[in-house]
Design a protein around this ligand. Sequence first.
Ligand code: MRU
Length: 359
Amino acid sequence: MEETRWKEKNQYLGLTEDGRRVRLLDQSQLPNREVWLELEEPEELAEAIRTLRVRGAPAIGVFAAYALYVLARRLADRAPVEAAFRTRLREWAAGLAATRPTAVNLRWALERMLARADRTAGPPEQIVQVLERECRAIHREDGEMCRRIAEHGLTLVGEGDGILTHCNAGALAASRYGTALGPILLGQERGKKLRVFADETRPLLQGGRLTAWELARAGVEVTLICDNMASMVMKNGWVQACFVGCDRVAANGDTANKIGTSGVAILAKHYGIPVYVLGPTSTIDMACPDGDHIPIEERDGEEIKTMWYEKPMALPEVKCYNPAFDVTDHELIAGIVTEKGICRPPYTKSLKALFDDKK
Ligand code: MRU
């Protein structure tokens, strides 16, 4: 019963009933307005990722897969020549992949869609049918992975524990339970109460706008703090573990996640608090040897200066540096929780074992 409730409620992304548009809750307008969008044009689909209407590594992968299918379907309606159809698919996939560079799930999902198309010999209408099954499968599997991550993550915490989280790695950012928020939401369903401290997450406030929104709606005890209060909360003894999501995990365990995550991990080390990274295996990039090889997105400085203020909070001539992600060194991470289980150091071995395991 509870299970069904989550399945239905935590669905912020999908296809419209006729399958011709991508439907999503516009995250850029939360928590004040719940606006659902239906998108079908190449530019509006790419814009939705760029401007964070849809965000979170697994969610942008799922969204991009749906987007590619919607575009393919529209084109197939116009009875194109097969070779031209396949070329156009590749161009759209490249355009979508270029919207955000750090989260590897985006590229992963698009490559999976293209590979499926490549393996399908046949006219565009047939390829479109296969692509529809593939994007729905990507979404369904993401939900299943999140559920398993939640199960594994829940074993790491006890009744009443305080969890500090950064950014938003909940159902908005992935499917169903999300990743870092999964154990908390599953615990809530099962009556295992956890207390959450949500970093507001400057500059785009995903913690305040999204994590606090999701957890409050689920009835979880959540306390919003400014990013610079994390040390105080840890020092007070209120935090027993940090749960964070990930945008890309390198083969040695170095992890890119929302800017500020590495600072949380450094503080946690000082206070002896374990930091767990939670994410599906689609976020692990074994071709990337370490964090130095992860491309870090840099965003417009106006997000810092003007976005949340009635009047600009710095002079126009003041320069800003606005990296969207940072890399947490693998030595600061106590465990990486995936759908296949919890990886422990040394990550070069434990992460590799995930992919050697053909089960
Ligand atoms: O810029 P964002 O909001 O897309 O960044 C999101 C994060 O950093 C998340 O923690 C990460 O993608 C994991 S989401 C399950």
